[in-house]
Design a binder for this molecule. Structure first.
Ligand SMILES: NC(=O)c1ccc[n+]([C@@H]2O[C@H](COP(=O)([O-])OP(=O)(O)OC[C@H]3O[C@@H](n4cnc5c(N)ncnc54)[C@H](OP(=O)(O)O)[C@@H]3O)[C@@H](O)[C@H]2O)c1
Length: 274
């Protein structure tokens, strides 16, 4: 069996690759990237291509049985401009099964897959534990407190390795055709829970200072964040949907093992905060 992983150099795709290798070391893996020099595990074939330019993808799909898809192109997560053409290429190459990483904007890729004969499973992870790397690592390393709004928010946040583990199991064994799988961690975590776990992992107290929404908007804008992203973050953090703060049990149901905790994630990544 040969599996193509798109977004393979990203925080989720990298874990899809690792979990596929762990589950079935004999499976043939091909990673789609725009960068020929991408750093991927040994034995993973690299296919250079751009999801925004379907004419660059023909070789990537050749001989592939299953695909893990991202639904965006570019670093701002814009929806795929020619999703129908991408799915048509996959279908023509004989792809039988797909998983799709759900994101902020969904639409064209998902619709094209629903219309195709490709067995598709829609993965809907909630907030990634790994966001702490992007949002907090530099500030914590410099010894500054974390300043954010919504100090009372709750999240059933998920370890990216568990998103990878669910995707890997579905890609290899199927069984979830047409289903949407909401993927969460094993517990609902508060802001104080996060800082307790990170402080314990890093070995010193990390301070949290709650900002008003207006103060946060000023900070985000001063750091170059666009209006769209500010609106998205305000809604996602300030008005988290029930789904984002409810444990789904998908990881255990699909993989047979419990979902990883934030404490575990914090210990694994402590060096990035020291
Ligand atoms: N962060 C969260 O809490 C959260 C929660 C739920 C859902 N999500 C969703 O997760 C997705 C982001 O996943 P991630 O964090 O794994 O991404 P990421 O770490 O930002 O990596 C982006 C990946 O997309 C690839 N890529 C981007 N444009 C491409 C293009 N035109 N053609 C081919 N590949 C392209 C990149 O590949 P190369 O650079 O190697 O070409 C890279 O592997 C978004 O849809 C987001 O909405 C995020």
């Amino acid at each position: 069996m040969r599996i193509l992983i798109t977004g393979a150099t990203g925080s989720v795709g990298r874990n899809v690759v690792e979990q596929l290798i762990a589950l079935d070391p004999a499976v043939e893996l091909r990673a789609l990237t725009r960068n020929l020099a991408a750093d991927l595990p040994e034995g993973v074939e690299i296919a250079v291509g751009d999801l925004a330019e379907p004419q660059t993808l023909a070789e990537a799909f050749t001989g592939v049985d299953a695909v893990h898809f991202i639904n965006f192109a570019g670093d701002q997560y814009a929806p795929l401009p020619e999703a129908d053409a991408v799915v048509a290429l996959a279908e023509a190459a004989g792809v039988r099964r797909a998983t799709v990483l759900g994101g902020r904007d969904e639409g064209a890729l998902e619709q094209a897959l629903v219309k195709s004969p490709i067995e598709t499973t829609f993965l809907h992870p909630v907030e990634f534990m790994s966001n702490a790397l992007m949002w907090w690592a530099e500030t914590i390393k410099s010894g500054q407190p974390i300043r954010e709004p919504f100090g009372d928010r709750l999240s059933a946040m998920v370890h990216p390795a568990d998103i990878g583990a669910v995707a890997a199991k579905v890609l290899l064994d199927g069984g979830y055709d047409g289903q949407e799988l909401v993927i969460t961690g094993p517990e609902v975590v508060s802001i104080p829970d996060r800082f307790r776990a990170l402080s314990a992992a890093v070995g010193r107290e990390i301070e949290f200072v709650e900002l008003t929404v207006e103060e946060a908007h000023e900070n985000w804008a001063a750091n170059g964040m666009g209006e769209d992203m500010i609106a998205f973050l305000t809604e996602a953090l300030g008005n988290t949907p029930e789904e984002g703060k409810t444990v789904s049990g998908t990881v255990e149901a699909v993989t047979g093992r419990p979902a990883r905790t934030f404490e575990q994630w914090a210990v694994e990544h402590a060096d990035a905060f020291r």
